[in-house]
Design a protein around this ligand. Sequence first.
Ligand code: GTP
Ligand code: OAA
Ligand code: MN
Length: 594
Amino acid sequence: MNAVPQRGANATPGTRLASLQQWVDEVAALTRPDRVVWCDGSDAEADTLQEAMMADGTLLPLNQDTHPGCVLHRSHPDDVARVEHLTFVCHERREDSGPNNHWMAPAEAHAKIDALFEGCMEGRTLYVVPYCMGPIDSPLARCGVEITDSPYVVANMRLMTRMGAAALARIEREGDEGKPLVRGLHSTGELDPDRRFIMHFPEELVIKSYGSGYGGNALLGKKCHALRIASHQARQEGWLAEHMLIVGIENPQGEVHYVAAAFPSACGKTNLAMLIPPESYREQGWKVWTVGDDICWMHPGEDGRLWAINPEAGFFGVAPGTSEKSNPNALHTIGRDTIFTNVATTDDGQPWWEGLDKRVPAKDWQGRDFDPARGPAAHPNSRFTVSAKQCPTFSAHAEDPQGVPISAIVFGGRRSNLVPLVFEARDWAHGVLVGAAMGSETTAAATGAVGVMRRDPMAMKPFCGYGFADYFAHWLSFDRPGAKLPKVFHVNWFRKDADGRFMWPGFGDNLRVLEWIIGRVSGEAAATESRIGHLPTFEAIRRDGLDIEDGTMRELLRVDEPGWQAEAVEVAAYLDELGVPAESPLRASLGAMA
Ligand SMILES: Nc1nc2c(ncn2[C@@H]2O[C@H](COP(=O)(O)OP(=O)(O)OP(=O)(O)O)[C@@H](O)[C@H]2O)c(=O)[nH]1
Ligand SMILES: O=C([O-])CC(=O)C(=O)O
Ligand SMILES: [Mn+2]
């Protein structure tokens, strides 16, 4: 039966944009849902959805006295993280996807995944979710429509994007002007890990995702649109779509510098974006303002600077490790109206995860009686979804249509040895090399082994929508007459000593490093030269109120000469693997390091 289904009782009437209506009708004909609902983003709609999800067990209640408006979702135990081996970037030409992506010919990919979509929404509701990535009135924002059969995805998209009637109005206006729209089709399918694909068609601005309900696989506005598809668009149009937090650092003089930082998944973006200054800094008047915690779109402005928006409207953050001590801001943010996914619960129904406090949970993330023999109570990649507006340090400029000007770009990874606490690149090309050479030990944010060192250029290994050699060339192209580019830095919060303990306290104390970074931007902070770039002098990182020995600090700032020579050899081989040409300025920058 290819008949287009009747719209349900509380469905809105669709769209006047013929091309969009036609696509929705085609998808409905393929997937055969019982009902089609156009989401308007209203509170009433959210309430109706939530009631239905509570009734069928998709959402479970949490303690409303301690956590008003909060709910729990337990996902299928095989569906708890991004699946990189099942994620494809399907350019017409294989070489355009690069060696950094899994590739399939677009026709084959469509055929393969459409076969799974056939009839997959029978007995279900098809939700049409119009969304805007970025402030709704921003010229830098971009729109998309996600079709999904998962009310959990709709509820998450409502927090993570500007979703509903206002987005649809912008989409229709832009449609009249012939502007492109990103179209995403998602179904949770049967949640069978062997029938799961996340496919991207950058040239068509299309995403198709089947068989997973997990964040990065299913909330298509996030990694699929705002990074993989947007990075491809950004290359064509002369901007950057990056896996970066954006944070404003206000010094005692009241000047605010905005920093964009790329760390791989579960390597500290949310924490840095919400940093609370150490006591001695607070007393002096230092403040930190949160603009974004995961994605950053940067455009060159007329003044030559890079201006950045956070395309998201919420945080999809890692729960484990979040505590009153590590990230009180996040804890305050998620005290109400939050969706928790795969956390544990206490006997009085409060959400709980490892690192939160000393209580012993009653139920683990799968709802079983907690038994430490079975591993952590909360899944290591358990998450919270919450509106950014609830963050106490949410920047007053976070929704400025023109974005915020970026003073410094920071790269970083989880490196237990070799890489110093912080260093500064000599110039833009060297900065691009530092980003390209990034390595990090893997985390639970993607399925697979944890703690294995892998190259993750600019934290974009899983997210770049085209080949890395072209991506680096695009980055290099920003160095042109009139450009006032940010300075580029590399940080490592994760150095470990011989006993496996972190050498640097991290979290709030990372402001001490940011102070040096800002000081370099304004020309005030002292540095010494080394083969890897500029390093802080021993005194340049303030240690007042910090209990850290001179020897540890020296080690954190030491350049291990033989270690870096070996690193340079590895990086050269990696650039070869990616097809970076011999004449690329990255090679000359690397030569200075070797
Ligand atoms: N030792 C140490 N751990 C940190 C630091 N910052 C964050 N972490 C830990 O790293 C883990 C991930 O931190 P997040 O800030 O959620 O990472 P993220 O980059 O936002 O992760 P995604 O949302 O997956 O992109 C948590 O367990 C944190 O407690 C730090 O400065 N030092
Ligand atoms: O995309 C996700 O599912 C979560 C996330 O932020 C990441 O992994 O970087
Ligand atoms: Mn992320």
